[in-house]
Design a protein around this ligand. Structure first.
Ligand code: SF4
Ligand code: SF4
Length: 90
């Protein structure tokens, strides 16, 4: 595996949805809606069982009623230039 492939894999793992388990009410919606079936419930909590199939679509995070799933920011997102402040017409 080349260094670039290793970096890509690390970036993919970093971009997977993050579970805040204390917020999860084990409703299972995220598992039901995942278009690639990469989530499964384990003791009620969602688990990414096929991380290679995750497309980072964020559907699981969007449907979660308690915001227990969160999508990480892409790397470098904090380094983006900020939008210039709006100016009011004079
Ligand atoms: S981000 Fe999309 S593909 Fe990945 S686990 Fe959530 S619903 Fe599934
Ligand atoms: S949709 Fe949210 S609350 Fe429901 S099982 Fe998934 S993470 Fe837990």
């Amino acid at each position: 595996m080349s260094e670039n492939e290793t970096i890509d894999l690390e970036e993919r793992l970093r971009l997977l949805p993050i579970l805040r388990a204390h917020r999860c009410i084990t409703c299972g919606w995220c598992v039901l809606v995942c278009p690639t079936d990469c989530l499964a419930q384990s003791n009620g909590l969602p688990e990414i069982v096929r991380p290679a199939d995750c497309t980072f679509c964020a559907v699981c995070a969007v449907v979660c009623p308690t915001q227990a799933l969160e999508m990480p920011e892409p790397s470098g997102a904090g380094e983006q230039p900020s939008r210039p402040p709006a100016t009011s017409p004079s």
